[in-house]
Ligand binder design. Structure first.
Ligand code: NAD
Ligand code: UDP
Length: 340
């Protein structure tokens, strides 16, 4: 029998790519998303790519009654939990909104899972839980550090809640996936990242500048102790990241660890300037950019030690930087206004 996966936040950037991967791997997929940062149109696109249907429920992970209905009406073998808010700057302005969505929402989800005796969960964590002070490559064994922003705090808090919850009984089997910098888009150009308003992240800003929607890309900091003075990050293709979730699920089903923690990155860092130059070259265009002051809270270098995911999950990222930059431009140029 096919296994069924509840995907919270499955209409979002990473979630939608994960749905494709799950359907391609023959799972039944049930998406729960309140569409606060995504479009209903993504569902048709997923169907177009996979030729398969998923079940969509528009709703909120904080809605206990709805969750009870979802778990009663559907047979669910595991949950992949993407739902949450992710804008670092906004999290400093409305911390309680972030704690409510990301922390309370996760607790409500866990309570419903416990009530329905569903113990497998893959959680979207972030490299932000390592804080600012460790040199890269970052290994999972490093102690976590207090994040400098409320978004990061919410991720660390949920990691800690999951670890404490898992200790209490043997129902639970959790995968904490610490993402590095997901970019790119599905090769079809049908799904991709569609941020609200002015993008915070590098790649949506790059593509919107290339489109002429933004005048100039500001590169934050030209005086970091890196090869060219710009920040270095571990960019990973979102399709690879989605694939890592399937690997993590399979690991939970076969090994049932209480808690497993894995970095999901490529293990290679590229500088912001390298990304900009490769983007121009791969897509044969010119990007208007300028160097400006460093952005508060940014570290110089951040990349993963990707060995644990390779050893335990058999996960290795397959796409290189050029693939990521080509695919993200394909998505943006095919969909100049995203899903609008
Ligand atoms: P996204 O905003 O595109 O997707 C999140 C989805 O969750 C959206 O579709 C949104 O509508 C939904 N959602 C938000 N709050 C909800 C709620 N209370 N109930 C139901 N649905 C809700 O973000 P993404 O980039 O796909 O990120 C997915 C997850 O990965 C998030 O938890 C994010 O914090 C985490 N993450 C993202 C990155 C990144 O760079 N994109 C890096 C590390 C971790
Ligand atoms: N960055 C930049 N200009 C932008 C957005 C980001 O120079 O408009 C840089 C940022 O300083 C960091 C890297 O790009 O060095 C990745 O930033 P992003 O916000 O995408 O992800 P983060 O690593 O902060 O999670």
């Amino acid at each position: 029998m096919k296994q069924s996966i509840l995907v919270t936040g499955g209409a979002g950037f990473i979630g939608s790519h994960c749905c494709v991967e799950l359907l391609d791997h023959n799972f039944n997929v049930i998406v729960l998303d309140n569409l606060s940062n995504s479009s209903i149109k993504v569902l048709d696109r997923i169907k177009k790519i996979t030729g398969k249907e998923l079940h969509f429920i528009q709703g909120d992970i904080r809605d206990k009654v709805l969750l009870d209905q979802v778990f009663t009406q559907h047979h669910i073998d595991a949950v992949i939990h993407f739902a949450g808010l992710k804008a670092v700057g906004e999290s400093m302005q409305v911390p309680l909104t972030y704690f409510d969505n990301n922390i309370s929402g996760s607790i409500t989800l866990l309570q419903a899972m416990q009530q329905h005796r569903i113990g497998h969960l893959v959680f979207s964590s972030s490299a932000t839980v390592y804080g600012e002070n460790y040199p890269s490559p970052l290994h999972e064994d490093l102690p976590t550090a207090q994040p400098t922003n409320n978004y990061g705090y919410s991720k660390l808090a949920v990691e800690q809640i999951l670890q404490a919850t898992a200790k209490a009984n043997d129902l639970w089997s959790f995968a904490l996936l610490r993402y590095f910098n997901p970019i790119g888009a599905h090769q079809s150009g049908l799904i991709g990242e569609d941020p609200n308003g002015i993008p915070n992240n590098l790649l949506p800003y790059v593509t919107q500048t290339a489109m002429g929607k933004r005048e100039v890309l500001s590169i934050y900091g030209h005086d970091y102790p890196t090869q060219d003075g710009t920040g270095v990050r571990d960019f990973i293709h979102v399709v690879d990241l989605a694939h890592a979730h399937v690997k993590a699920l399979q690991y939970l089903f076969t090994h049932k660890p209480s808690v497993g923690i894995w970095n999901i990155g490529t293990g290679t860092g590229y500088s912001v300037l390298e990304v900009v130059k490769r983007f121009e070259q791969v897509n044969q265009l010119k990007l208007n950019y300028q160097f400006v002051e460093r952005r508060a809270g940014d570290v110089a270098v951040c990349f993963a030690d990707a060995n644990k995911a390779k050893q335990d999950l058999g996960f290795v990222a397959e796409h290189n930087l050029d693939d990521m930059l080509r695919d993200v431009w394909h998505w943006q140029s095919q969909n100049p206004d995203g899903y609008a």
